[in-house]
Design a protein around this ligand. Sequence first.
Ligand code: PMP
Length: 369
Amino acid sequence: LAATAWRAAEGVAQWESAHAHGIEISKAQRIAERGFIDAIGKTPLIRMKRLSEETGCEVLGKAEFQNPGGSVKDRAALYVVEAAERSGKLRAGGTVIEGTAGNTGIGLAHVCRSKGYNLVIYMPNTQSQGKIDLLRLLGAEVYPVPAVPFENPENYNHQAKRHAERTENAVWTDQFDNTANRQAHIETTGPEIWAQTGGKLDAFTCATGTGGTLAGVTRYLKEKSGGKVKCYLADPPGSVLHSYITSGGQLKERTGSSITEGIGQGRITDNLKPDIEMVDGALHIADEKTIEMVYRCLDEEGLYLGASSCLNVVAAKEVAEKLGKGHTVVTILCDGAYRYADRLFSRKWLQEKRLLNSIPERLQKYIVL
Ligand code: PMP
């Protein structure tokens, strides 16, 4: 209670101070009245100082790691749950079921606790015990199942679907093909970027897992700018989307792999389907460049970012260089490095992945594990 009163007092004080300076603060910014879910979104747009100086452009990163669950996936988690509520499939005390090994599960766990739903998570049993433990301590019932391809009926996504079918008042949120995911970015991330830049942006770069972020933000920015904002997919090795876009729509077999987690895709999900044609181009970003950027962001910007964020930043830098001085490029800082520190900052792991030589000498002091 004391903490609540303190937060409320702090909110009022902030509002009064802002008001005195002529700044309007919306109700949602003062107090997250509906709890966790009201604290999702409205993230800062951070100017990447060194990269902006280096390119002569404004390179801006949307600080999605500041969402309360720690990633961009909080937005999609809230939207898929609220879509299920609106459809009547999920009622009070019901169960949300999803196949996920990462940030979506964490976002869903928080949203479900906040709204009073049970959460069941299916994931491949190749995932670390740390992820399983984290989801369990956030209140989820976790089923690690054999890691088999999507085509196999025993794949974790299909098992999640079947669990929902045999459970009363339960819903499979289906993040890959449920377009409420994309809608979160059409209605929140895209408008926030547009408002924060005053509509003065030239390009947007974004990696894809489900495709919700890329597709939703692209759709909004294209509509608002009359097609002027250029939108680019940033793809890691092992994903097929880069070649799909650059070859004019041919889907190849997946080959190769990447250190990035949560991104890379082997098919055109329903979240991507309507909007992927609007994407202007694609950049293929090698792990060597991504890992160097993890260390650069930490050293030069004070940003402790996960690999997918840094792949996005490399893509933003390359697009800025291509466009030339004076342009504004926005990207997504998907999550922080906290969950990946034992790999990204471990000498042994970097050696195993043959990435140690990609870290410049002056940045090797950050390899502390
Ligand atoms: N980065 C990270 C760390 C993620 O967990 C995800 C989602 N799996 C993404 C990026 C991609 O987001 P989206 O699903 O919206 O394509």
